[in-house]
Design a protein around this ligand. Structure first.
Ligand code: PLP
Length: 395
């Protein structure tokens, strides 16, 4: 028998990736599964971006290590982009480029947390925060806010008696698609500064907002150098570049230096060709980003209506961003289907309706399912048809 570390034994595998793997396995066996479980755009990476990577390889720019925190040219592209977009004034010393935003978050937990340190998030939250906090020995306080949008509010923060080391806010939120307003972000940042608490603002879906919703970046409100604010972002979602694995952190130079120290022993640097692709993504033409955003907006509008039409499912507050719907499943429906919880329900839906939807349990919120609408409309329509038939059968 092999004995593995307590650290790894304590964490659970990503339920969204597990659902994705199961769906792929069924597809490989010839079953027509519609996979709405994955959090990635269905579009190909825009051509100008792929060509920039190919050009870098051909020009022999990709043979050697770069600094652990990424190419200076990419950090400059990030600095320019936030200046253009948010009127923010940061330096390249405030930026660390990582192998995806997920690694930025992992390294941040390692840099910020000591065993027992309290981290606050609002449930439902992205699955990996929970495990990354555990891996760093942190103690998660999951706030179950009673506002319909399930956002973290100042009044909820005020109720917490423990010293809070870190707050994580994800806007637009995976899995609810809610966008925090300027004053909501401002209130949390001010509270954090007063309490010596760090705030990670995960802005990975920041470019994907719909129907006139306004995204507020923390960079419009505070300068990272002199605050407790930390921004995490990347190219995965808005540029359809999940496979390239480029994300970044913007924070005080002290936090960035600590991250870089760790990254130097972990990845050495993100893949160089992908870094060149990211430079083009940030600095090249942005028309395809708008094209993809508009497509997601249309899909949200049609899928939201159609999903709410199914008896037994309910999305109370319409999402304003990201590409997820997080319908609540009422207790009676769960009982009628003859399952104990939404984990079992999602397995039954996969087996009988051949639609993959991860259960809310993985996001800290039982009695919900998550649906990603990052699929073409015809596929979404077919998925809704199957779900309708599935639930009708048990009504
Ligand atoms: N943050 C959130 C909320 C996410 O949903 C994801 C991806 O699913 C990430 C961060 C990580 O993005 P990536 O590592 O692809 O840059």
């Amino acid at each position: 028998m092999i004995t593995l570390s307590n650290r790894v034994n304590a964490i659970t595998a990503s339920p969204t990736l597990a659902m994705n793997a199961l769906a792929k396995q069924m597809q490989a066996a010839g079953i027509d599964v519609i996979n709405l479980g994955v959090g990635e755009p269905d579009f190909q990476t825009p051509d100008n971006i792929s060509r920039a990577a190919i050009a870098a390889v051909k020009a022999q720019k990709t043979s050697f290590y770069t600094p652990a925190s990424g190419l200076l040219a990419l950090k400059e592209a990030i600095v320019e982009r936030v200046a253009r977009q948010y009127n923010a004034n940061i330096m390249t010393e405030n930026v660390s480029v990582t192998t995806g935003a997920k690694l930025s978050l992992y390294v941040l937990m390692q840099v910020l947390l000591n065993p027992g340190d309290v981290v606050v998030t609002a449930a439902p939250e992205w699955v990996s925060y929970v495990e990354q906090i555990k891996l760093a020995g942190g103690r998660l306080i999951e706030v179950h806010s009673d506002n319909p949008a399930m956002k973290l509010t100042i009044s909820e923060l005020k109720k917490i008696k423990d010293d809070v080391k870190l707050i994580i806010v994800n806007s637009p939120t995976n899995p609810t698609g809610q966008v925090y307003t300027k004053s909501e972000i401002e209130d949390i940042l001010n509270w954090a500064n007063e309490h010596d608490t760090f705030v990670i603002l995960d802005e990975i879906y920041g470019q994907l907002v719909y129907n006139g919703a306004q995204f507020t970046s923390g960079l419009q409100l505070q300068e990272p150098e002199n605050s407790h604010m930390i921004i995490v972002d990347g190219v995965s979602k808005s540029y359809s570049m999940t496979g390239w694995r480029i994300g970044w952190t913007i924070a005080s130079s002290a936090i960035i230096s600590a991250m870089n120290k760790l990254l130097g022993h972990m990845t050495s640097n993100p893949t160089v060709a992908a870094q060149y692709a990211a430079i083009e993504a940030l600095s090249g033409e942005q028309d395809t980003v708008e094209y993809m955003r508009k497509a997601f907006e249309q899909r949200l509008n049609t899928t939201f209506e159609a999903l709410n039409d199914i008896d037994g499912l309910q999305v109370d507050v319409k999402p304003q961003g990201a590409f997820y719907l997080f319908p609540k499943i009422d207790e009676n429906t769960i009982k009628r289907v003859g399952v104990k919880n939404t984990v079992e329900l999602s397995t039954k839906i996969l087996e009988e309706a051949h639609v993959a939807l991860p259960a809310g349990e993985g996001f800290g919120m039982p009695n919900y399912l998550r649906l990603s609408y990052a699929k073409d409309q015809a596929t979404l329509d077919e998925a809704i048809k199957r779900l309708k038939m599935f639930f009708k059968k048990y009504m």
